[in-house]
Write a protein that binds this ligand. Structure first.
Ligand code: PRP
Ligand code: URA
Length: 213
């Protein structure tokens, strides 16, 4: 399957790639997995939002006055897709400390691979701020498509999606359902296996993050 690269981006970043390799390894323990996933969350958040609108404003440094660049609007909301998206959240919040945070609980049925929703807690000002939706895994794309639908339904007009590992099938599904959404991934992997897991992937991100394997 060839991937349509419009709205889909994998940053060239040696640190990001190295951190991803660490969490791909089977022998990485849950505490390390969680810590490195949070570090990846910081990099993905910063890369996803590099084109936020800016303006110039007058400030005073200890030495003089200057016109300096600053964000033109409020920080976008962060929305974590539970459970595994929580693993990216701590790092993302280091970069966006003032962002309101939403939680969307989705779980895939292991047989049908269809995601069902068990919790929705979204910030009020999605319309004004827009949203960055975080989930480490984009596999079939079902969870991401549903999550973004919910975030748009709650008012967000500008939505971005950041994941760690994407499968070509998931990228295609997300682009088809939400062509306006910019997708950022640390890696585009080969395919899904017969159980809907990404190959080579990193296994079950939620289980590895929370030690529930
Ligand atoms: C994982 C992952 C995504 C979803 C991706 O969550 O974190 O949300 O699967 O698969 P999809 O693209 O085929 O929908 P899971 O449902 O395993 O829940 P968990 O995070 O609680 O483990
Ligand atoms: N969810 C995961 O956690 N890992 C996969 O490979 C696919 C879906």
């Amino acid at each position: 399957m060839s991937t349509n690269l419009s709205n889909f981006h994998v940053p060239r970043h040696a640190l990001l790639r190295n951190k991803l390799t660490r969490i791909r390894r089977r022998d990485t323990d849950s505490a390390t997995f969680r810590r490195v996933l949070a570090e990846i969350g910081a990099i993905l958040c910063s890369e996803s939002l590099r084109d936020l609108p800016e303006m110039q404003g007058a400030i005073e440094t200890p030495v003089t006055r200057m016109d300096a660049p600053m964000l033109a609007g409020p920080e976008p909301c962060l929305v974590a897709v539970l459970r595994a998206g929580l693993g990216l959240l701590d790092g993302a919040r280091m970069v966006l400390p003032d962002a309101p945070v939403g939680h969307l609980g989705l779980v895939r049925d292991e047989a049908t691979l269809i995601a069902s929703e068990y919790v929705v807690r979204l910030p009020k000002d999605l319309a004004r701020r827009g949203a960055l939706v975080l989930d480490p895994m984009l596999a079939t794309g079902g969870s991401a498509v549903q999550a973004i639908h919910r975030v748009k339904q709650a008012g967000a007009k500008v939505v971005r999606f950041a994941c760690v590992v994407a499968a070509p099938e998931g990228v295609a599904a997300l682009q088809a359902a939400h062509p306006d959404v910019a997708i950022l991934a640390a890696a585009l992997d080969e395919r899904l296996n017969e159980h809907g897991y990404i190959v080579p992937g990193l296994g079950d991100a939620g289980d590895r993050c929370f030690g529930t394997e």
